[in-house]
Design a protein. Structure first.
Length: 183
């Protein structure tokens, strides 16, 4: 059964250097099942992806971060990518935007290095999650319970390790977002 996310709005927060496939694949699936997705970035017009070992494509920014309002969206997607996350983690508006989803009890999906910004948003204490292995200790030191699993869901937070887990991550994200829409 194909799930429908008609009328469901998903914010996708990225900065230059985000891991391109971790945004493109989940976004494509979300759009195919009727969700509205907006690429949000500190950049105004375009944001540049990273494709494994080199720069990827430019993607049009739908909503500049300065104009984005978390209350407009039903869920948040945080793709990984070391450079992109480093830029977001020092951006006060990005941190507040992420924190707003948790404060409102909305689902958040984060893959690879995506969970790093959750540390800065002060939302990992006591949560069970996973991520790219290199940030395990950062998450644990911030109070998270880190596990080495393909996908972990914890009270509205969906996390995954790497692009190898992308299919399972996307399927779990769709299921969780669908449950949010229909509850």
């Amino acid at each position: 059964m194909v799930q429908s996310l008609n009328s469901f709005k998903v914010a996708i927060l990225v900065a230059d250097g985000f891991e391109q496939v971790e945004m493109v694949c989940p976004r494509k699936v979300l759009n195919q099942i009727g969700a509205t997705t907006h690429l949000i970035s500190p950049n105004k017009d375009f944001v540049k992806g990273w494709s494994h070992l080199d720069w990827g494509e430019k993607h049009r920014v739908d909503v500049p971060l300065d104009m984005a309002r978390a209350e407009y969206y039903d869920a948040l997607l945080l793709p990984g990518g070391v450079m992109g996350l480093d830029a977001l983690r020092i951006n006060y508006k990005a941190i507040e935007f992420v924190r707003s989803f948790f404060n409102a009890g909305k689902p958040v999906a984060a893959i690879c290095h995506g969970p790093q910004i959750l540390i800065d948003a002060d939302v990992v204490i006591g949560r069970t999650l996973t991520s790219y292995a290199s940030i395990r200790h950062d998450l644990e030191n911030a109070g998270a319970i880190w596990v080495d699993q393909e996908v972990v869901t914890n009270n509205g937070l969906i996390t995954s390790r790497t692009t190898d887990d992308l299919s399972a991550f996307t399927n779990t994200m769709v299921r969780e977002f669908s449950m949010e829409l229909h509850h």
